[in-house]
Design a protein around this ligand. Structure first.
Ligand SMILES: Nc1ncnc2c1ncn2[C@@H]1O[C@H](COP(=O)(O)OP(=O)(O)OP(=O)(O)O)[C@@H](O)[C@H]1O
Ligand SMILES: [Mg+2]
Length: 132
């Protein structure tokens, strides 16, 4: 069964909407195979977000991502990598459609509640990174 790495970001936990987001994932028919809360470090974020590490907004992303615990999850289901990206909605808040998680909960691009792997290959890398 295909797997993906999903992470509920600190704002999701601070706002108390983690349960609602997990319900949406389960309602779709995907299975939460593993879950744990962890505190991220700047070191692991430089690895995880290497593709944006040179962007001017990266320090802001790090500050936000270490501001509280995240909920790291392995989610399973058919075509779950693509399916979760659709449930999550677009990266930019103004492009995230209503009905998606970001479209319904996020009002800015940096604090966008949820991370999901963007390819099957990256899903396995990210699962190994956070569930060693
Ligand atoms: N223009 C931007 N301004 C502020 N923050 C941004 C911007 N672009 C991306 N980010 C932040 O960096 C994260 C990683 O960017 P990426 O391009 O990988 O988007 P994504 O794949 O939709 O998000 P994620 O990897 O968290 O699932 C985004 O989720 C967001 O928190
Ligand atoms: Mg990404």
């Amino acid at each position: 069964m295909e797997r993906t790495y999903i992470m509920l970001k600190p704002d999701a936990l601070k706002r108390g909407v983690a349960g609602e987001i997990i319900s949406r994932i389960e309602r779709k028919g995907y299975k939460i195979a593993e879950a744990k809360t962890i505190m991220l470090t700047e070191e692991v974020l430089k690895e995880h977000y290497a593709h944006i590490a040179d962007k001017p907004f990266f320090p802001e992303v790090v500050e936000y991502m270490v501001s509280g615990p995240v909920l790291a999850m392995i989610v399973e289901g058919p075509d779950v990598v693509q399916g979760m990206r659709i449930l999550m909605g677009a990266t930019k808040w103004e492009e995230a459609a209503p009905g998606t998680i970001r479209g319904d909960y996020a009002f800015c691009t940096s604090e966008n509640l949820i991370h999901g792997s963007d390819s099957v290959e990256n899903a396995e890398i990210e699962i190994n990174r956070f569930f060693k």
